[in-house]
Design a binder for this molecule. Structure first.
Ligand code: APR
Ligand code: PHB
Length: 389
């Protein structure tokens, strides 16, 4: 087989890149380890920056998102019984869109299929060859057969556990990591959201988040120990703990019900540099992870796709490699800012076992500054709605 861009990974990064390239007449083939249904079965966050909305529109898949998504003009921050609002529109003129990552991925799959896009599912043993030369190729096994594709470029969109990052020689890459000493226990429930905007809560018992997918599908999280197990938590225990962590007047209005999904996510900050090695370009979780606190995971993947897509179109349409040569630098510049914001917001909203009294005083002072300072709220809002590409 031969294509222009071989994309490893059929998650949101790979699919969005493939669809955008297709709209500019650039061929790509996606290699995905799992089945379509497995990929769509993953429950992930759902707060979208304007940059991702524009890319979805440019890819011709923004329709359902704009019809069914919810524009949020602000969010609430609670600490103990106190609560205040960050008005995104007042501070930046820009709302965010609440629309599940699963729905984004579903829309992209449908668009690829409608366009006859090639997605090879259930591939095994993917290996990247000669990415540091002019004629890279990728091999894999599928249905017991050995397969090979020749290409001009390889886009590594295969997530944190994928093969692409590890295909870059260790001495050619540098990794930065921070693992947080707790996780997020999250549930999905067919209940009306407790509030029409998200509530991020810092309570003496730890962090909590009240989010949603639609008017009758809510998503809630509580901070749990990093070693905790889902089976340790009955639904009743989850609801009782959530109520203890949000302001009383909010907890009174909480509608509870059976969870339809329950899982624990670890919190990690991770970046690998560079994001390019020869003709291999890393995108999304393959190159960086953020703790979910700032809802930047999907949005940073989208900005990577933006930079790589514009670099590839510049190469194929103008025979100019400048965008590709600057890809890693440009993508990393924005990623480190998103990493900083996600780290800062995680520091502010969680309780740390090793927190000293002084640390706690600093957290309170930071929260008080955010509550009372126009400038602090503006900075938070600018980062939350998404820094420019
Ligand atoms: N070969 C082929 N496919 C692979 C391989 C491999 N060796 N390893 C992983 N994959 C596939 C996975 O099955 C997955 O479908 O690559 C895809 C990677 O998708 P994601 O992990 O969703 O990563 P990405 O597309 O970059 O999306 C980033 O996902 O995790 C969230 O918070 C994150 O929202 C962010 C978004
Ligand atoms: C979610 O809706 O799952 C969600 C929203 C905001 C976050 C993290 C997760 O910061």
């Amino acid at each position: 087989m031969r294509t222009q861009v071989c994309i490893i990974g059929g998650g949101p990064s790979g699919l969005l890149l493939s669809q955008l390239l297709h709209r500019r007449g650039i061929e790509s083939v996606i290699l995905e380890r799992q089945t379509r249904d497995y990929v769509l079965g993953r429950i992930r966050a759902g707060v979208l920056e304007q940059g991702l909305l524009r890319l979805m529109d440019e890819a011709g898949v923004g329709g359902r998102m704009r019809r069914e998504g919810f524009e949020h003009a602000g969010t609430l921050i609670a600490y103990g019984e106190e609560m205040f609002r960050i008005d995104f529109v007042e501070h930046t003129g820009t709302p965010v869109m609440v629309y599940g990552q699963t729905e984004v991925t579903r829309d992209l799959y449908e668009a690829r299929e409608a366009a006859g896009g090639i997605i090879e599912f259930e591939v095994e043993g993917v290996a990247i060859h000669d990415a540091d030369r002019d004629a890279p190729y990728v091999t894999w096994r599928q249905g017991g057969a050995e397969k090979r594709i020749d290409c001009d470029f390889v886009a590594g969109c295969d997530g944190f556990h994928g093969v692409s990052r590890r295909s870059i020689p260790e001495d050619a890459r540098r990794e930065y990591e921070k693992v947080y000493p707790f996780g997020w226990l999250g549930i999905l429930s067919e209940t009306p959201p407790v509030n029409h905007e998200l509530i991020y809560a810092n309570s003496p018992r730890g962090f909590a988040l009240c989010s949603m997918r639609n008017e009758n599908l809510s998503r809630y999280y509580v901070q749990c120990s990093a070693h905790d197990k889902v089976e340790n938590w009955s639904d009743d225990e989850f609801w009782a703990e959530l109520k203890r962590r949000i302001p009383g007047h909010v907890a009174e209005g909480l509608v509870t019900g059976p969870s339809i999904e329950k899982s624990i996510a670890p919190l990690r900050s991770f970046v690998t540099e560079p994001m390019r090695w020869g003709r291999l370009f890393l995108c999304g979780d393959a190159a960086h992870i953020v703790p979910p606190t700032g809802a930047k995971g999907l949005n940073t993947a989208a900005s990577d796709v933006h930079y790589l897509f514009s670099g590839l179109t510049q190469f194929y349409e103008l025979n100019d490699a400048e965008g590709l040569d600057l890809y890693s630098e440009r993508a990393l510049a924005r990623i480190w800012k998103a990493e900083r914001f996600s780290w800062w917001f995680s520091q502010l909203m969680h309780r740390f076992e090793d927190q000293t009294e002084f640390d706690r005083k600093m957290q309170i002072a930071e929260m008080e500054l955010l509550r009372s300072s126009e400038a602090a709220q503006k900075a938070m809002a600018e980062n939350y709605v998404g820094l420019p590409y």
